[in-house]
Design a protein around this ligand. Structure first.
Ligand SMILES: NC(=O)c1ccc[n+]([C@@H]2O[C@H](COP(=O)([O-])OP(=O)(O)OC[C@H]3O[C@@H](n4cnc5c(N)ncnc54)[C@H](OP(=O)(O)O)[C@@H]3O)[C@@H](O)[C@H]2O)c1
Length: 338
């Protein structure tokens, strides 16, 4: 760290990294100093587009660089584990895209390593950092809808099956649950905590990954969450939180919302809007930057124990559907030329 600036490195300059990196202009005390791709040309072109000083043609070079404090890992899910582990072992903090890992065991190992080394690690679950979600949590804590009894959430898209695409390829951790289900499960976990039971219904793609899933999560005292995710259904992306004296609609898309509607029983609905900064990624980037500057090793907004609970639910649901992933232990190796 130089002075009060946290130096960031980007790993995997794909679709999401392209968007996230633009939000750094809204983050104080943070600078993107390097990017790494498995291809030197891709790294250089990303660096040129975003005025990033250094470009590396391998992930390992960035992990070993001594002028980077934290890595933003934006590869497909099964590549998060090996890259994250190597980064922690090199003393670097990590912000890991959702889903945190492809397997529960991978998440457990990564989290244990971060805790053992006392190095900051966080899942990039940007939903939790949206201003209107923070407001929603405050309203619930103040009792605006009484005692929470149930959560509903859906997230569906229509994508054409392509076995080589990250969304469908088994070796890239494809399927609805890890890509979209992680949002609905994380939302329910944020409100209701750790479920006691997980029931699932779903279908599979020709590649063997899950195409869609409906989940019923059961919590202590009979509270519940009903959740949907799909790669083949255009769902609104709406969430609802039901309490004993009202409910809150989190308007689409709930995973990066601007507005909620608070329904207090018997009263007129209250529409509340809070705009995110930038494209909405700036908040999580600020959380990581500030946490590192303050010497914290975990976020209180997106703690590692919550990530672990979410991964446990996803793991149970995938297992019930007969989908089993492995972490890519060769994620740091260079792909064969051509
Ligand atoms: N927070 C959000 O809003 C959001 C949105 C979309 C995706 N995501 C998450 O971000 C991650 C990446 O998603 P994406 O849509 O950006 O994927 P993507 O466009 O396919 O990009 C992923 C990048 O990872 C690198 N990579 C490393 N190993 C790879 C492998 N074996 N196969 C393919 N690519 C590999 C590639 O870069 P190089 O080869 O150049 O190194 C590639 O450009 C996923 O975990 C996803 O869930 C988050």
């Amino acid at each position: 760290m130089t002075g009060r600036v946290v130096r960031w490195g980007v790993v995997g300059p794909g679709r999401i990294a392209e968007n996230v990196v633009r939000d750094f202009e809204f983050v104080e005390h943070a600078a993107v100093t390097a990017v790494a791709s498995r291809s030197g040309a891709r790294a250089q072109s990303f660096a040129d587009r975003h005025a990033i000083p250094r470009a590396y043609g391998s992930y390992r070079e960035l992990i070993e660089a001594d002028d980077v404090d934290v890595l933003y890992i934006a590869t497909p899910h099964p590549q998060h584990h090996a890259i994250g582990l190597a980064a922690l072992q090199a003393g670097k903090a990590i912000l890991v895209e959702k889903a945190f890992t492809a397997t529960l065991a991978g998440a457990e190992q990564l989290i244990a390593e971060a805790r053992r080394r006392q190095i900051f690690a966080m899942e990039a679950m940007w939903t939790r950092f949206q201003p209107v979600i923070a407001q929603t949590r405050n309203l619930i804590a103040e009792g605006a809808i009484g005692t929470v009894r149930s959560v509903q959430a859906d997230l569906g898209v229509v994508r054409e099956f392509d076995p080589s695409d990250r969304s469908f390829a088994h070796e890239l951790g494809g399927g609805a649950l890890l890509d979209l289900g992680v949002y609905v499960v994380s939302f329910a976990q944020m409100i209701l905590g750790e479920p006691e039971s997980v029931a699932v219904q779903g279908s599979l793609e020709p590649s063997g990954v899950d195409a869609e899933a409906s989940l019923l999560l059961g919590f202590t005292g009979g509270t519940s969450a009903t959740l949907l995710c799909s790669l083949h259904s255009p769902m609104p992306g709406q969430a609802r939180i039901f309490g004993s004296s009202g409910w809150i609609d989190v308007l689409p898309r709930f995973h990066h919302p601007r507005s909620i509607v608070l329904h207090r029983n018997g009263a007129e609905p209250e529409h509340l809007t809070r705009e995110p900064t930038g494209a909405g990624y700036a908040h999580e980037l600020a959380e990581v930057t500030e946490s590192i500057l303050d010497g914290r090793t975990e976020s209180t907004v997106m703690p590692l124990s919550d990530t672990l609970t979410v991964q446990r639910v996803l793991d149970q649901a995938l297992d019930a559907l007969g989908v089993h992933f492995t972490e890519d232990s060769a994620a740091l190796e260079q792909p064969a030329a051509g």
